[in-house]
Write a protein that binds this ligand. Structure first.
Ligand SMILES: *Cc1c(COP(=O)(O)O)cnc(C)c1O
Length: 458
């Protein structure tokens, strides 16, 4: 029995009458059939395990995972994610007095190590470890530092912004008025003159600099000086760049004037999927901490905290070298694609200062089709809005986003980046059968089995 979807099942028939699902009705119907047809729940459970295993073999061993928001974690981090401590409840703040429950002495130890390691990694006075996702970090910032009806400014999605800081995300549900940070559509730089003009008229309480398409640093210092006269603050949403920042390979937002920074531990930082928040001003500590608990998190997954602490220790040991290699690989891959005739954003500025390479693939169709064609060859990327797209091009934008975090951690370097560029161009220009490219991709991945930038296993 396989979990693949039966394409002969029309989606409208697959959905029970009167039931609205946002999920693909055919995929859900297949799961229902499986649950109903198997003779025991034990076999149903086994189907879950089997699907996880299939993913582990395909994505984990046979694919070139070039998805920018992903990173492989070390064996220690992975084993901590399934540890006993993850079955324990520890609501509240670290220490015997501010917990709801007793029995937390070792949990306190783990959480305190996590907090202190995070402070060290980001050279910050404060850090919090309880955010299950970076989205919740952004919700924390908006809850702690704004009131409904306040005005903020953030980056629109076609120029790289993320829903986390827009109407449809945490900023929107906080009831904030959102004004665009103007970006030059070609250079993707903040247009500072235009920004100053709009900001002086709108007087935003926060300017959120958060980009999921991110190639170059932002003028944080200039922006924070422009908004300082009315007490405006910069909030840096470093979801993607978090590792690069901690590893000294990108700008350092807290030192350049940002009041608070959030980030995803599972992106370049290469820890467990998780949120991080850091800040320096003691006046922000009570509003942020009081939002995290008891508003955003109660039980906060202590196994995840342990894995985050272990990943942060690894990061402090290897992060600088690892993050530098990620950026070097992105620059090499971008140049190699450009040399092979592919349109790469940022060509006039050295392509990228991050882990990302952004292609304009309109010559080959739209980003969704291109990503699917690459997927057929085991090359995993994603479609992305680019500045020439309109927001309504959401489903079929013309960009393709590539990230070099995972291939770097598996020890690939300049030589492999040239090979990867060839494999991508083989698919885009249909130079070779997809099956032949897929075989080469799988061989390349299998030739790099070991994870780098972590402590040797005992
Ligand atoms: C990925 C991303 C987020 C969300 O992070 P999660 O850890 O997935 O919750 C928020 N902001 C930006 C800019 C992102 O790219």
């Amino acid at each position: 029995m396989t979990l693949s979807v039966d394409p002969s099942l029309p989606a409208d028939e697959a959905e029970p009458a009167g039931q609205f699902e946002v999920h693909d009705a055919g995929v859900l119907a297949h799961a229902r059939d499986l649950i109903d047809s198997l003779p025991s729940l034990r076999l149903v459970q086994q189907e879950v395990v089997n699907a996880v295993r299939r993913n582990e073999i395909w994505r984990g061993e046979e694919c070139l995972n070039l998805l920018a928001p992903e990173a492989p974690t070390s064996p220690v981090v992975r084993s901590l994610l399934s540890s006993e401590i993850g079955t324990r409840a520890a609501e509240g703040h670290i220490g015997a007095v501010q917990r709801w429950f007793v029995g937390t002495r070792y949990i306190d130890e783990v959480e305190a190590l996590c907090v202190e390691l995070l402070k060290k990694a980001f050279c910050s006075n404060y850090a919090d470890h309880r955010l299950i996702a970076s989205m919740l970090g952004n919700l924390t910032v908006y809850t702690a530092l704004t009131r409904p009806g306040d005005t903020i400014m953030s980056i629109p999605q076609p120029t790289g912004g993320h829903s986390a800081n827009r109407e449809i995300g945490p900023a929107g549900i906080r009831g904030l008025r959102i004004v665009d940070v103007p970006l030059d559509p070609v250079t993707l730089d903040v247009d500072l003159d235009e920004f100053a003009r709009i900001a002086r008229a709108e007087r935003p309480k926060l300017v959120a600099l958060g980009a999921s398409m991110t190639l170059f640093p932002f003028p944080i210092r200039e922006i924070s000086e422009i908004i300082a006269p009315w007490g405006g603050r910069v909030f840096f949403d470093g979801a993607h760049q978090l590792g690069l920042i901690g590893g000294g390979q990108f700008q350092d937002p807290l030192r350049e004037g940002a009041a608070v920074m959030t980030g995803s531990a599972g992106k370049t930082f290469s820890g467990p999927q998780s949120g991080i928040i850091v800040w320096n001003d003691p006046e922000l500590t009570a509003p942020i901490a009081d939002t995290i608990f008891p508003v955003i998190a109660a039980t906060h997954q202590v196994n995840r905290v342990a894995a985050l602490a272990a990943a942060t220790a690894e990061f402090l040991a290897f992060g600088r070298e690892y993050m530098a290699a990620i950026v070097a690989n992105a620059q090499t891959l971008a140049q190699a694609l450009h040399d092979r005739g592919i349109a790469v954003l940022g060509a006039d500025r050295g392509f990228t200062r991050t882990h990302q390479v952004i292609l304009d693939v309109r010559r080959f169709g739209n980003g969704m089709d291109v990503a699917r064609r690459l997927e057929a060859a085991n090359i995993i990327t994603n479609k992305n809005l680019i500045p020439s797209d309109r927001p309504e091009d959401w489903d079929r934008p013309h960009g393709l986003r590539i990230g070099t975090t995972e291939v770097t951690r598996y020890g690939m370097g300049a030589e492999q980046m040239a090979t990867i560029a060839d494999l991508i161009v083989d698919v885009l220009e249909e130079r070779r059968p997809v099956s032949a490219v897929k075989q080469d991709v799988t061989d390349l991945r299998r030739a790099h089995p070991s994870l780098h930038y972590c402590f040797p296993a005992d």
